[in-house]
Every structure is written in C-alpha cells, then in structure tokens.
Design a protein around this ligand. Structure first.
Ligand code: ADP
Ligand code: MG
Length: 600
C-alpha cells in the first residue's frame, strides 16, 4: 500500500463539493441562501438548459467588500460564524463556509459584488478552483454570481446529471422552497430567456401557494397557528380533497429553512387519519419557529435534516394543531351527512329502544351483524366458517345475538338495499345513501380501537393450531411482529420451514377465515420496506381487520342485518369516513331533491 499523505486542497474541495453540490439545483440552493443571508429584498435567477449550461443569481443584498472577494472561494471561510458557540444558535441559512469553495472547485464562476456604500465594486473568477486576481467592477449594489459548465472538470459527476428538463424540475423545486419560506423577498426565475416565476414581495404565503400549486390548492387552505412556550407553529394545511399520491407537497420549514423530517411528516399524516385514503398524502405548508438552541441544523451537509432537542413535543404540537384544525373545519357539508344518526320515532315497540340506544358496553357481538336465516347464509359469509381444522373450536362465550323480533319494523327506516352494496334510507334531512362495507368497517374499527385501549381483544383459541405455509421471508416478517399481532389477538408460532402456526384469532372476525386475514396481514407486512412504529402498525392492523371482518359490497343483507347495521351507526364517532378515508354515507338533501325537480 502507498504511504499516507495529506490530500492537496484541490482534491479536498472536490470531495467536499461531492457532499453539497450534486446538480444545478444544489448550486441554486446555495446561491439563493447566500442572497437571503445578505438581506436581499430582490433576487433574480436566470438559467440556461436547466442550469447545466449557466446559472446566474443577482441580488440587492449587502454585497461583499472588494478585499474579501478572494476569501469567498476559500474553504471554511464564512462571515456568519466566528466561534463554536455560534454553531448552537444559528440564525442564518449558511454557516459552513463551504458552498462557494465547492462551486468554485467544480465549475466556472464569475463573482461580481459591490457593498451598498462603496463607490465601486470588484469581480473575481474561479475556474475549477483557480482564482483570478480581483479587478474593478461597476455594477449595481449587491452581488451577481454566474456559474457556467457545472462539473466541467469532473466528468464522472457530470455523467450523473439528467436532461435539462429534469434538472429544471429540481431547480424549480429549490426555488419554490426558498420563495415560500421568504415571503418578503421579490423573486424571479427565468429559463432560456423566458419567465417561469415572478413572485412579488407583496404576495403573501397563500398567494405564493397559489402561484406555485394552483388555485385549487390555494382556495382550500386552512390556516393553522399554535404556540407552545417559545415554539411557534404556523402555516396552512389543505383540505383533504387536495390529497396527493406522494408527500412532496408537504412543506416543512424550521426557522426559515426547508427540512425533511420523517417524524413531523408522520405527525401531519396522523392529523389527517381517517380523512385520506391509505397511500394518499395531505398537502401542507408548515413553519416551525423555535429558539436556535433547540434545533441542531449541523447534522447534514445540505442541512436538509435537523435534529430537535424535544422531537416528541413537536410531534404532538403538529399532530394536535392539524387534528384540531380539521375538526374545527366542518368537513361534513361537502359530504352532507347529518350529524345525528337517524332515529326512529319514539312510538316504537318497546324492544326497539334497546337496540337503538348505544349499548353501555359494546361487546364484539354488538358490532357483528346478526346471522342471516339459514337459507341465505351462503350469501353473507362463506360457509367455510372459521378454520378448516377438524375439531371445530369451541364457540366463545357470546352475548345473545340480536333477535329479529327485537328489531323495529324495517318500515320505520324505509331502507332498501341497492346493488347488494348500498343502503338507501329516508331521513328527515333527505335521502341518505350508505356504503354498507365502509360503514360496517368504520364501526368495527372504532370498536376494535376502543377495545384495544382497555386491553387485548377477545380472542378465540384454536384447539388445533392452523398451519399456514409462507415463504421464508414472509414467515420471518410475521414472527418478527409476533408481539404486535398478539396484541391484536392473532397468535402465531413458528413451526419451522416457512410454516407458521396460527394459534388464536380475534373473535370479532366472526365467520371470516382467520387464515385469510392472516395472509392479508402478512401481505401488509411484506409491503412495508421499513417497519412502521408500533402505533402505526397496530392502527393499520386494526383497519385491516375491520376491513376483512366487515360485510362486503355484494353481500345481500337481510332486513335484520340492515337494521342492525343502521342501528350501530352512532357507535362510531367518525362514521362519515371509513378508516381508509372513503365516505361512508352521502346525503341528498330533501331541499336539493325539491330544487332539482323544480318544486321550489
Ligand atoms: P456560508 O454561506 O456558509 O457562509 P458560502 O461559501 O456560501 O458560505 O459563502 C461564503 C461567504 O461569502 C459568506 O459567508 C458571505 O460572507 C459571502 N457571500 C456569498 N454570497 C454572498 C452574497 N450573495 N452576498 C453577500 N455575501 C455573500
Ligand atoms: Mg452559503
């Protein structure tokens, strides 16, 4: 092996550049942050070929004294920090003093600057780390930086660059983040001579959101603001209707800096739980301001990740703020679901009242629909009942099933089933259309959730454990999560060779095959490349069980089953959406009907 030697500065810079300068967008990010730190009120960005050819940023900030110009490209040279203590109370976007040195090392840079009061300015060039002598420059006060031919001297890195279109996409994203987080600055962006964005200083945050994301988003924003001690959370969250297929439109700024934070992103999504379908993401623009000593931004070279001193408290702050705001916003008018469940007239047969009233202690039975008469049993649930192991498990102790005689006559509800999937109901407010699966799923979900709070759910032990054959990695995944599954009432044991023994299942599953739901659980676990937290896991498993145990679309319901389902509608306090965020009911108001038929 060769002897140890200290690397020459030119190599050190290239290595450092590798960390912060990845593509044109990273150059733009550094230049824009410097302009912000310089106190600019106007920043103009012009690029050619997605920034691959040329990037120019002109600001009207404080400028750089002529004598300091060469230092701009020196490593670890900064005007923003002077001692180590400053590191723990950072108030500027930059502080590492590395960006300009990195850019100068891998591109051809022209830097021109004039401080406000100075009679004239100066310029230097830095081509691949070679600094030119400074010469006079007579431009407007502020700084003008032009970067050409990024990675001209590092062909390997140049190969990783994409098409101008793709690079421009990244660059626009960077521009958007800066423009959103610094609303008092006038920003412009031009590409190949054409204007892309013009964001006047007068445009507030909501207006900027409209500029970058369109009117639909801007018109559906809800403002949030919450203070907890020295911490201030503010910004906008969008109506669930603005949902997206990914989390990229969830913007979080910490002390004016765009950051990525898995935990707070999760808090946001949790705040929308029940209002979004699984796999859909909320749109939000949140600003968190906290004393600089409560957040460490020096974790990541590009500062895209930060470390909070009290992440837990921030999680709750974001979650609660989002949750409360969405709750305050009456999301029902759009769905037009009456807040009170339809109640039968008080003149019902005495038995009716007990069914309609919320059961004092919900038992699993209360949420399960009564079995249909024998003749129809094949319609509602597969006759294959629980596990197909020879000695049938002894039935769990059950409350007496709801008897048809105890039910109010169906005529009271005037409910009919359409397409074996929807229940249509007359209510004083109008015609209510209920998705039978979504409603039942929601009821079961709420029930399971409540039960889980009080302890493990009622389970049914299998006298003879049921073997389920899986692939080796599926088996491993299932066994890895054995504890969480046990909390849900699903008992699993290792049998070896990819076979897992199912030893118990939650009673709530009723006649559904435990093997079937277990397989669905395994599929869910396999689909996650990273294991969710225990809380998320349990919640997802709850949804999954609720989904699998609920009546399905296509199940013909008997009048008794319909009545029982409708009777439980008030059990769930969030019945207008199923756990996946689909609505469970839609109301066509009587008024609307009359209007449509020109009766008014
Ligand atoms: P940092 O921003 O971390 O200090 P940079 O390498 O980005 O490091 O910049 C080095 C120094 O150059 C900054 O500290 C600042 O003094 C100066 N500088 C860079 N860009 C500008 C600008 N647009 N206006 C004024 N000063 C600038
Ligand atoms: Mg900087």
């Amino acid at each position: 092996m060769a002897r140890i030697q200290q690397l020459p500065p030119s190599v050190v810079t290239k290595i450092a550049a590798g960390e912060v300068i990845e593509r044109p967008a990273s150059v733009v990010k550094e230049l824009l942050e410097n302009a912000v730190d310089a106190g600019a009120t106007r920043v103009d960005v012009e690029v050619e070929q997605g920034g691959l050819e040329m990037i120019r940023v002109v600001d009207n900030g404080c400028g750089i004294p002529a004598d300091d110009l060469p230092l701009v490209f020196a490593s670890h040279a900064t005007s923003k920090l002077s001692n180590a203590d400053d590191l723990f109370r950072i108030g500027t976007l930059g502080f590492r003093g590395e960006a300009m040195a990195s850019i100068g090392g891998v591109a051809q840079v022209l830097l021109q600057s004039r401080p406000g009061g100075a009679p004239h300015g100066a310029e230097v060039t830095c081509h691949g780390g070679d600094l030119s002598p400074a010469k006079a420059w007579n431009g407007a006060a502020g700084t003008r930086i032009q970067v050409r031919h990024l990675f001209f001297n590092t062909p390997v890195r140049r190969k990783f660059l994409r098409t101008p279109g793709t690079e421009m996409g990244h660059l626009c994203e960077t521009f958007t983040r800066l423009a959103l987080s610094h609303p008092s600055i006038h920003w412009t962006l031009r590409h190949n001579g054409k204007g892309v964005y013009e964001v006047p200083a007068s445009a507030g945050l909501a207006e900027r959101v409209g500029l970058f994301f369109g009117h639909e988003v801007r018109d559906q924003l809800y403002e949030v603001e919450e203070r907890r001690g020295a911490v201030w959370l503010r910004g906008f969250i969008a109506d669930p209707a603005c949902e997206r297929g990914n989390g990229r439109t969830q913007y979080l700024f910490v002390n004016g800096r765009w950051v990525r934070d898995r935990s707070l992103g999760h808090a946001l999504q949790e705040g929308y739980r029940g209002l979004l379908m699984t796999g859909r993401y909320a749109v939000a623009f949140l600003f968190l301001d906290l004393p600089p000593d409560q957040v460490d931004v020096n974790v990541h070279p590009t500062k895209a990740e930060v470390r909070f001193r009290d992440g837990q408290a921030l999680y709750h702050l974001v979650f609660n703020a989002v949750r409360e705001r969405l709750r305050a916003e009456n999301l029902t008018p759009r769905l037009q679901v009456p807040t009170a469940p339809p109640m039968p007239a008080p003149t019902q047969s005495s038995g009716a009242g007990t069914l309609w009233a919320r059961p004092p202690e919900m038992s699993a039975e209360a949420t399960r629909l009564p079995d249909p008469p024998a003749a129809e049993s094949s319609v509602l649930s597969p006759p294959s009942s629980a596990p197909d192991v020879p000695p049938a498990p002894s039935p769990p102790a059950e409350a007496p099933p709801v008897r048809a005689e105890d039910l109010p006559p169906l005529g009271t509800f005037k409910a009919i089933q359409l397409y074996d999937s929807y229940l249509v109901l007359e209510t004083p407010e109008g015609m209510l259309v209920i998705d039978q699966h979504a409603l039942h799923e929601r009821i079961l979900y709420e029930h399971l959730k409540r039960r889980l709070r009080d302890g493990p759910p009622e389970t049914q032990r299998l006298l003879i454990p049921e073997p389920v054959e899986l692939s080796a990695d599926q088996a491993a995944r299932a066994l890895e999560n054995r504890e969480a599954l046990a909390e849900m009432g699903l008992g699993v044991e290792d049998f070896g060779g990819g076979t897992v023994l199912l030893t118990s299942y939650p009673t709530i599953l009723g006649r559904r095959s435990p093997r079937e739901i277990f397989k669905a659980v395994v599929d869910y676990l396999m689909a996650k490349d990273r294991l969710p937290t225990r809380e998320v896991l349990l919640n997802d498993l709850l949804s999954l069980m609720a989904c699998h145990s609920a009546v399905r679309a296509g199940d013909r319901l008997t009048p008794e089953q319909m009545a029982a389902l409708l009777g439980q509608r008030d059990v769930a306090d969030n019945t207008h959406h199923c756990p996946h965020g689909r609505p469970t009911a839609l109301l066509f108001s009587r008024q609307e009907l009359e209007k449509q038929f020109r009766r008014v």
